[in-house]
Design a protein around this ligand. Structure first.
Ligand code: CDP
Length: 272
């Protein structure tokens, strides 16, 4: 596969590409420049992750968009989201591109997401995708295809071989499964009512007709599915720093994560 700076592709990448098992993926004993941020829906992962990446000059990589893009493709093609074989096949072959937004698309997006060349940046954020994404993401074949790609990006950027100094990767299983070797793992949480309120305001702000009760019910359902699935369930890694964002401003959370990163030699060398 070709290396496109700032672009990340998922799709056919060869059966021989295997997860790297080494304890340390970088040459030398360089600190892996990776911050893993996990947590449930609307816990602040994307706001905090994006801001931390900006502060450190790191790539911001939201793994949720990959599962959303696959779900969009599943729905678009009329595939039954419960059909593991069909969904797995699609996840393994569909071309997903994630790129930093250009000046033409400065509409509040953190990244431009394309499926087979079609811009689906906002289409993957509909209540319809929200409703089905956890089901799609629970299929082991889907997870395997996505995890492989995410780990490759994490190690490439983490070892200083990307077009940025490191990577902030956010999702549900980054600290536990995708990059368990990340030297800083953050688990963001907040009460479900608070998270539903944030998501409700976000959707209404984009002109979606939803009720708070609907959003809350969907979030509860997604939390349950994400936390109880067999493969890579949502949970904090044993060595994660758990931050409750409930009573904190995003700036306070960002400052805390950046301070922790610096202490561990991420973003700059740790003091001797
Ligand atoms: O933005 P929000 O927190 O609502 O969700 P997201 O991060 O975009 O993720 C959407 C869904 O993708 C989650 O509910 C999970 O089912 C799935 N996901 C996952 O299984 N593993 C990840 N690393 C990221 C997302």
């Amino acid at each position: 596969m070709e290396d496109h700076p700032g672009e990340h592709f998922s799709g056919p990448s060869g059966p021989q590409v295997r997860a790297r098992q080494e304890a340390h993926p970088c040459p030398g004993d360089r600190v892996l420049q990776v911050i893993a941020i996990d947590g449930p829906a609307a816990s602040g992962k994307s706001t905090v992750g994006y801001a931390v990446a900006q502060r450190l000059g790191f790539l911001y990589f939201d793994t949720g968009v990959m599962y959303r893009a696959v779900t969009w493709a599943v729905l678009d093609r009329g595939v039954d989201p419960r059909d593991e074989a069909a969904v797995g096949r699609l996840a393994e072959t569909v071309r997903i591109e994630i790129q930093a937004p250009d000046a033409l698309h400065a509409d509040g997006r953190q990244a431009t997401v394309r499926v087979e060349g079609q811009d689906v940046t906002w289409a993957i954020r509909t209540p319809e995708v929200d409703k089905h994404v956890s089901l799609v993401a629970a299929h082991p074949r889907v997870r395997m295809a996505m995890t492989r790609r995410q780990r490759e990006i994490g190690h490439r950027y983490g070892c200083g071989q990307g077009d940025k100094a490191g990577v902030v990767m956010v999702g549900r299983d980054i600290g536990t499964v995708v990059l368990p070797d990340a030297p800083l793992k953050i688990y963001l949480d907040a009460p479900v009512e608070e998270r539903a309120r944030r998501r409700y305001l976000e959707l209404v702000g984009r002109g979606k007709e939803v009720s708070y009760e609907q959003v809350l019910a969907d979030m509860r359902r997604r939390d349950t599915l994400d936390s109880h699935r067999e493969v890579a369930p949502l949970r904090a890694a044993p060595d994660a720093v758990v931050v409750d964002t409930g009573g904190l401003t995003p700036e306070e959370v960002v400052a805390r994560v950046v301070a922790l990163a610096h202490e561990r030699g991420i973003g700059r060398e740790a003091p001797a």
